[in-house]
Design a protein around this ligand. Structure first.
Ligand code: GTP
Ligand code: SPV
Ligand code: MN
Length: 580
């Protein structure tokens, strides 16, 4: 009797008609062979092996450089299940339409079967996925991003309990690109893209869109959150999880190195993008990072902003759409040192210093094993995960949102999360810098109706006796010249410290219409080059701006009609009232 997995692989092969089928075991030898083949075909280029051992460059198709949200669909039977913030396609229609594109799509190519585990080995919260793909680049990335191969098959143990992810490069045309999710069958179909979240199906497609549906069914949370541990000089560690939209600072915060003035503090990294959170028997929420690697934004990463990331990517890493120096090292805007006179840009074209074009694509990224990160937490592989003291929401807001504030309670915190807004970035195709609502940083990643998702968050409090306190931060406040007024990066520790103090029942705060703000002097500014006036501005709340924000939240909520939990309307009305 074939196993459910073998049966599915046969079915897919019959449709896609590959030249041959390869079952990935995740071994070193297999990885080396794939890399050799990709070097020969030009899919990968070798980087300087003295300075970057085991590192390679990939240039994706220039029309395939970011997630394409307008080509991403949730295919629930009922349209209302997906809600107003998701694209919907009826499942039968989707299978007809996109099935036709899969027909023969792997002809002349090898079909790879990638069993992978999301979560630490042996974790009761881990889940198995299998991705079928015709992209060897996807295979080597999945090997870094997940626990791939034999360990996943062992956990699967011949059962049919896995998320089916079918991926083909197709012809890479955006006209024939679709990223489909079938929440009722826990399946994913992706065709026409070889890039990031569109193609590495364990990440956004499974660990967020499908897992958010599983989480609702099973009483837990699947979130677009980093996880970090903050150790105090006395050796106590608090864990926090933070949700910021794409390219808004999760990787940087997760790997934070405290400034020199903040002696004795230490950040431990557990995850930089996704958290799966379960209520524990002790009444707290426990988080695991389902991923095993980082798919991080390259531009802006330097030994000043994120030294731990720089150290992490020095070996065994894949760089996608970065520029290269004359001695074959990866390069991007914001990197250390002088801008080189000459580079090869992300498209492979010669580039000269002073050129108006960026040398690296703004969404160029590195794929690197998490265990190479110098600040990786000793609990990274802990099957139980870590208990969360605080949730932090945030986004890029040039104005309105202060540096940090605390929600009054759980329900207010859910409202704060639901009303997150942020300026768009290069992480998704389309205009950059446009403010949009991005609830819980999950706008592109929630696999069902967002109104029901807020309802699920509200209900979670019943299963968690000691829920995390909820905060909101904004590292991106600007002055009239468009310059950031907060130094950010390592200095974000100062806001983290206040957050932890609040969790411990300490930390001075003042009540404001939007929540508790740090009292004057409650944020440690020792050794910080920020004037008192700027600090005041950073912590200021303009009633006019917030009234406008409350209106815009109201317009956003109205899209959900009667499905919006009443508590969300009540929270908004209470905010309006407090603003006077
Ligand atoms: P995804 O991987 O897309 O989910 O992104 P992310 O949230 O992990 O974002 P990341 O940490 O990679 O940061 C994205 C960009 O924001 C990078 O260019 C960073 O240099 C920049 N950035 C991160 N933190 C800060 C900060 O505190 N201040 C400022 N000004 N920029 C920051
Ligand atoms: C994001 O866009 O939030 C990412 C990168 O983390 S991708 O995997 O491409 O979605
Ligand atoms: Mn992300």
């Amino acid at each position: 009797m074939p196993t459910p997995l073998e049966q599915w692989v046969d079915e897919v092969a019959a449709i896609t008609r590959p030249k041959n089928v390869h079952w990935c075991d995740g071994s070193e030898a297999e990885n080396e062979r794939l890399i050799r083949e990709m070097l020969a075909s030009g899919t990968l280029m070798e980087l300087n092996q003295q300075k970057y051992p085991g590192c390679y460059l990939h240039r994706s198709d220039p029309s395939d450089v970011a997630r394409t949200e307008h080509l991403t669909f949730i295919c629930s039977r009922e349209k209302e299940e997906t809600g107003p913030t998701n694209n919907w396609m009826e499942p039968h229609e989707a299978k007809q339409k996109v099935g036709a594109l899969f027909s023969g799509s792997m002809q002349g190519r090898t079909m790879y079967v990638i069993p992978y585990l999301m979560g630490p080995v042996g974790s009761p919260f881990g889940k198995v996925g299998v991705e079928i793909t015709d992209s060897p680049y996807v295979v080597v990335n999945m090997r870094i991003m997940t626990r791939m191969g034999a360990q996943a098959l062992k956990q699967l143990n011949g059962s049919g309990d896995f998320v089916k992810g079918l991926h083909s490069l197709g012809d890479l045309s955006p006209d024939r690109r679709f990223i489909l999710h079938f929440p009722e069958e826990k399946a994913i179909w992706s065709i026409g893209s070889g890039y990031g979240g569109n193609a590495l199906l364990g990440k956004k497609c499974f660990a967020l869109r499908i897992a958010s549906v599983q989480a609702r069914e099973q009483g837990w949370l699947a979130e677009h959150m980093l996880i970090l541990g903050l150790e105090s000089p006395t050796g106590e560690t608090h864990y926090v999880a933070a949700a910021f939209p794409s390219a808004c600072g999760k990787t940087n915060l997760a790997m934070l190195v405290p400034p020199a003035a903040e002696k004795g503090w230490k950040v431990w990294t557990l995850g930089d993008d996704i958290a799966w959170l379960h209520p524990g028997p002790d009444g707290r929420l426990w988080a695991i990072n389902p991923e095993a690697g980082f798919f991080g934004v390259a531009p802006g990463t330097s030994s000043k902003t994120n030294p731990n990331a720089i150290a992490t990517v020095r070996k065994n890493s894949i760089f996608t759409n970065v520029a290269v120096t004359e001695d074959h090292c990866p390069w991007w805007e914001g990197m250390d040192g002088e801008v080189p006179e000459r580079l090869t840009d992300w498209r492979g074209k010669p580039w000269q210093k002073g050129s108006a074009e960026k040398a690296a694509h703004p969404n160029s990224r590195f794929t690197a094993p998490a265990i190479q990160c110098p600040s990786i937490s000793p609990k990274f592989n802990d099957p139980q995960g870590v208990p969360i003291s605080a949730f932090i929401f945030g986004g890029r807001r040039a104005r309105t949102a202060p540096l940090v504030f605390e929600a009054f309670d759980w329900n207010h915190g859910v409202f704060v999360g639901a009303s997150v807004a942020s300026e768009t970035t290069a992480a998704q195709s389309g205009a950059v810098g446009v403010v949009r609502r991005d609830p819980m940083a999950m706008l592109p990643f929630c696999g069902y109706n967002m109104a029901d998702y807020w309802g699920h968050w509200l209900r979670m409090a019943a299963n968690v006796k000691q829920p995390p306190k909820i905060f909101h931060v904004n590292w991106f406040r600007q002055n009239d010249e468009g310059k950031f007024i907060w130094p950010g990066f390592g200095d974000n520790l100062r806001a983290l410290r206040w957050i932890i103090e609040r969790c411990e029942g300490k930390g001075a705060a003042v009540e404001s219409p939007i929540g508790y703000l740090p009292a004057k002097g409650a944020i440690d500014t020792s050794g910080l080059d920020v004037s008192e006036a700027i600090m005041q501005e950073l912590l200021s709340v303009s009633k006019g701006d917030w009234r406008a924000d409350a209106d815009s939240i109201g317009e956003f909520f109205a899209k959900f009609g009667t499905r919006l939990p009443g508590e969300m309307s009540r929270q908004r009305e209470a905010l309006v009232k407090r603003l006077g």
